[in-house]
Structures are given as C-alpha cells and as structure tokens.
Ligand binder design. Structure first.
Ligand code: NAD
Ligand code: IPM
Ligand code: MN
Length: 356
C-alpha cells in the first residue's frame, strides 16, 4: 500500500481552523478507503513562531520540506505584523525558492454554491494558471531617501524567457487536457512594453506546439469584464503572478465565495514537494469564531491527493464535499448556517458512506 508523508503548515488566523479540518477529513478518508496511508507532520511556522524565534520559518526550512511528498498550508498574516514581513517570511520564502512555478487555481460552481452572475447560466468551470516565480513577486526593487520629500520606491517586475515559456507551455498542456481545449493568455502589452510584449510573443510561439488548442489573447483589464459578461466563453486562463493573483480572487467570488477556492503551488518537474493551500488569507474578521469555510482547504487537499497519485481518493473526496454543499450544509459566506465543525462532520459522514 502506498504511504505518503505530508507536511501540514496551518500558519495564522483561520489557517489552523481550516487546515486542521482538512487533516481530519483526509485522515478519515484514508482510514475509510484503506487503499493508502497518509502521515501528517505538523510544522508550527507562522507569526507565533516569528515572535519566539525572530523568523517565520526554521533555518533549514527548504530542506525540511524536501523530506515530504507534499505540504498543505493554511494562511499567513497577522494584524500586528506588517503583511510584507509575514508574507515574505513564510509563503513567498517557499514558493520562489522551491521553484513552485505553476500555481493552479480551479474555479467551479457546484450545487449549493451561488454564482452571483445571471450571465453564467451553466455555472462556471474555469482553470486559472498563475505564473508563480517572478513578475512583481521577484523581490526586486528598493527605497531610497526614506521619509524625505524626494523618496523613491521601485518594485521591479522581472520577466524571463525561461519562466514565461515554461508556464505558457504548462497552461497549453492544461487546456489540452480539458474538454473545451481553450486557453486565454492574459497580459497587459499595451502599456507594459517589455515584459508583457515578451509574454505575448512567447505565447504565439508556444501555441504552435498545440494545434489542437484554440487560444486567444486578452488584456487583463478587459478580462475582468469578460469574466463577468461572458463567463461561458472562458475555459483555461494563464497570466502573470500579479494579474492572476487578482483575477483568482475575482473568480472565486464569482463562483460563490473566496472560502471555497483551492490552489496548488506545483513544481511540475517534481524535484521539490508541491504546496497546496486555499486561495484565501488569514481572515482576521472571523478568526476564532469557528465559522471559516473549510471547503477551500478540503478542495486543496483533494488537489494534493491527485498530485501524489491518489486520483480515485481525490475524486471521492470531491464528491463528498459536493454532496454536503448540495445538501445546504454550508457556512455563512455561502449563505448557510453551519459552522466549520458542522461542515467537517457532514463531510466525514459522507466519507463514512463510502464504506457501503
Ligand atoms: P482574506 O482572504 O483573509 O479575507 C477576505 C475576506 O474573505 C474577509 O471578509 C474574510 O472573512 C473572508 N474569508 C476569507 N476566507 C474565508 C473562509 N475560509 N470562510 C469564510 N470567509 C472567508 O484577505 P485579506 O483580508 O486581504 O487578508 C488578511 C490577511 O491574510 C493579510 O495579512 C493578508 O496579507 C493575508 N493573506 C494571506 C494569504 C495566504 O497566506 N495565502 C492569502 C491572502 C491574504
Ligand atoms: C495568494 C495571496 C498571496 C499572493 C499573498 C498572501 C502573498 O494573496 O496566494 O493569492 O499574493 O500570492
Ligand atoms: Mn491572492
């Protein structure tokens, strides 16, 4: 029987609430199916760890993570630490250095979730592919003359041929594997005349390797309009790190709630462990209330199961989640009455039924 070692990094805010819920559900699934074993190791990185140790992660964090087959992550960010310190201390200290260059964010409505668009008569079924290693997230730039009238701050976006080519190719492959075989390449090559023009040129050139995939180009501002007005014209989308950060929150809201959106930080070369996390953040406003929607963390865990080779278990987990949502057992962000614990119990009860 296959056995997997998974790191669990709950982090801050509602991160522990949803990550612990996901661990409970996946352990229940493994035990119920009996077809694979899974061992979670808790890693306490986050703001509490930072306050004790002066840093968000251990000295040898990357090597520590390399001992695992994959990791699940909750969220990072606390009200009393500047966000750029917490985010660069933990999440961005992992994604870039581990070269988890493909951030995959599926967006789908299912019974029990509410798409606010009356234009989406068939619901939404999109696959967002985010470049996850460079762009505005390359960490380049700085400040000079701090506090003075002539202070200057730069945030330099880096775009390399290698990174653009690998993510565009990954996106075409992703689109090719989906029934509609359609890709939209998002950029901003009207006002951004270097990196974004390179992005478009590479898309045109890589597209020739995929004659069976229909594709189009779209400026990112116009893409927001298309997502609202013509949602059914969209299938797979690829864009830069920053553009897709923004479009993925919009997409999540259009599919019903940021609370259900999953995300996979993948190293497609499989040299490093991939990291699976909900799209949402620490959600200070609901932390500790027990009402966080755990579905984004569950769905991310399901994506993790597929990635490590347990597709059947992953599909079963997704159908349990969908049955629970269809039965209206959802949290307030989806218009329901349930708290986190009730959703966990409902999903576990669905998993129990898999025995029969
Ligand atoms: P957020 O995603 O934490 O919250 C935005 C809104 O969505 C809030 O109203 C929140 O209550 C709601 N929400 C989020 N997740 C939910 C869930 N599971 N169930 C129900 N409602 C949910 O975004 P923010 O407020 O911009 O950020 C808060 C902190 O989290 C900041 O420190 C930010 O930097 C950090 N952040 C971290 C990550 C991450 O670790 N991956 C992602 C985004 C933001
Ligand atoms: C996300 C988050 C992160 C990002 C932040 C928290 C660094 O918003 O995963 O979408 O910008 O990538
Ligand atoms: Mn984001």
């Amino acid at each position: 029987m296959s056995s997997y070692k998974i790191a669990s990094i709950p982090g801050d805010g509602i991160g522990p609430e949803v990550t612990n819920a996901a661990v409970e559900v996946v352990e229940k699934l493994a035990k119920t199916l009996g077809t694979f074993q899974i061992n979670f190791t808790h890693i306490p990185w986050g703001t509490e760890y930072y306050k004790k140790n002066g840093q968000y992660v251990s000295d040898n964090a990357l090597d520590e993570l390399r001992q695992f087959d994959a990791a699940i992550f909750g969220a990072v960010g606390a009200p009393d630490v500047p966000d750029h310190i917490s985010l660069w201390g933990l999440l961005l200290a992992i994604r870039g250095p581990l070269q988890l260059y493909a951030n995959v964010r599926p967006v789908r409505t299912f019974p029990g979730t509410r798409c606010p668009l009356n234009t989406a008569t068939k619901g939404i079924d999109w696959m967002l592919v985010r470049e996850n290693s460079e762009g505005e997230y390359a960490g380049q730039g700085g400040r000079s003359h701090i506090g003075q009238e002539w202070e200057v701050a730069t945030e330099v976006a880096i775009f390399t041929r290698v990174a653009i080519t690998r993510i565009i190719r990954f996106a075409f492959e992703t689109a090719q594997s989906r029934p509609k075989k359609h890709l939209t390449v998002v950029s901003k090559s009207n006002s951004m005349r270097n990196g974004m023009v390179l992005w478009d040129e590479i898309a045109t050139s890589v597209s020739k390797e995929f004659p069976d995939v229909a594709w189009d180009k779209m400026l990112v501002d116009a893409m927001t309009v298309r997502m609202v007005w013509q949602p059914e014209s969209i299938d797979t989308i690829v864009g830069t790190n920053l553009h897709m950060d923004i479009l993925s929150d919009l997409a999540a809201a259009l599919a019903g709630s940021i609370g259900i959106a999953p995300s996979s930080n993948l190293d497609p070369t499989r040299k490093n462990p991939s990291v699976f996390e909900p799209v949402h953040g620490s959600a200070f406003d609901i932390t500790g209330k027990g009402v966080a929607n755990p579905v984004g963390a569950f769905w991310s865990a399901a994506e993790m199961l597929t990635w490590i080779g347990e597709k059947d278990a992953s599909d079963k987990l997704m159908s349990c989640i969908e049955n629970v949502c269809a039965a209206g057992k959802v949290t307030r962000d989806l218009g329901g009455q349930c708290d986190t614990k009730e959703v966990v119990e409902a999903v576990c009860a669905e998993i129990e039924k898999l025995k029969n």
